[in-house]
Design a protein. Structure first.
Length: 279
């Protein structure tokens, strides 16, 4: 797998900014290169994928690295141990994501068994769950890479309760708050808050006209607007179904704007998070 990823080509998406699609789960990793250090965005689903990503990074730069995790799902942070073993001592994430990694990291291992069996079994080198060392909370954090800065910020709960966005020049790495080519994943989401987070992204469209989603192709803000409209429609339909038939709100699944699995997860999370609104 490492060789496959190393042969892949980075896509230049902005000034000093690149993205690379990882093979396992189609995660879009990012790279931002300053004059003094470089930032890697997300680390992959385990040491195998991380090794390929690290090799690809080293094709572009030999500068010291900082690592950023966009959220606490294993396909985005299970490569942390490999990067830590290769000299990365500064790993950033949102405070809620770091907490979720500590609480659910081992339980998530089974989800990556098709991509990295060693990580799934916790066997072999670099398979520990390595947590972030630096946290972002309510206030944005600007990281100076030398001649180029990036901004790490949180717009509230959405795909998870710890989604971290990264702004580099005119490019926004949105993590799984924005996803192209598949339905959004609602398993541990906060749908009503997600709607507001997408609205906040659209409100800063002049700053970040280009969006790198957690999975899928490079996007513009028109796609984000479409995703927001679709989510609003889904929330409206779910709310109506829950109100009319709280015992079996799954009757709304056939008419929701998503596939059956994510529609079911949306209904479930709408019920579980009812009355819960984040900051």
């Amino acid at each position: 797998m490492a060789d496959e990823i190393t042969r892949a080509r980075w896509t230049e998406v902005g000034e000093r900014t690149w993205s690379l699609r990882l093979e396992g789960f189609g995660v879009n990793a990012g790279l931002v290169v300053g004059d003094e250090r470089a930032a890697v965005i997300d680390s992959g689903a385990g040491p195998g994928e991380a090794a390929g990503l690290h090799a690809a990074v080293r094709e572009l730069t030999d500068l010291p690295l900082v690592l950023i995790n966009t959220h606490a799902h294993g396909d985005h942070f299970f490569g942390n141990a490999y990067f830590a073993a290769h000299g990365v001592g500064e790993i950033w994430a949102h405070a809620n994501a770091a907490r979720a990694m500590a609480e659910t990291g081992d339980a998530q291992r089974r989800l990556v068994r098709s991509v990295d069996p060693d990580m799934a079994a916790a066997e072999g080198e670099h398979t520990a769950v390595v947590l972030p060392t630096h946290l972002v909370d309510a206030q944005p954090v600007d990281l100076d890479l030398g001649g180029h800065s990036i901004t790490l910020f949180h717009l509230g709960r959405g795909h998870t309760d710890g989604d971290l966005l990264v702004g580099s020049g005119s490019v926004l790495f949105a993590g799984d708050l924005v996803e192209e080519g598949a339905d959004p994943s609602f398993e541990d989401s906060y749908p009503r808050d997600w709607e507001h987070a997408l609205g906040k992204i659209i409100a800063i469209d002049e700053l970040y006209p280009s969006v790198v989603p957690g999975h899928g192709r490079l996007l513009d803000m028109d796609f984000v607007r479409t995703q927001l409209q679709q989510l609003r429609q889904g929330i409206r339909m779910c709310s109506s179904a829950i109100s009319e038939s709280s015992a079996d709100a799954t009757k709304a699944i056939p008419i929701l704007p998503y596939g059956p699995l994510q529609s079911r997860h949306l209904v479930m999370r709408m019920k579980e998070t009812a009355g819960s609104r984040g900051a």
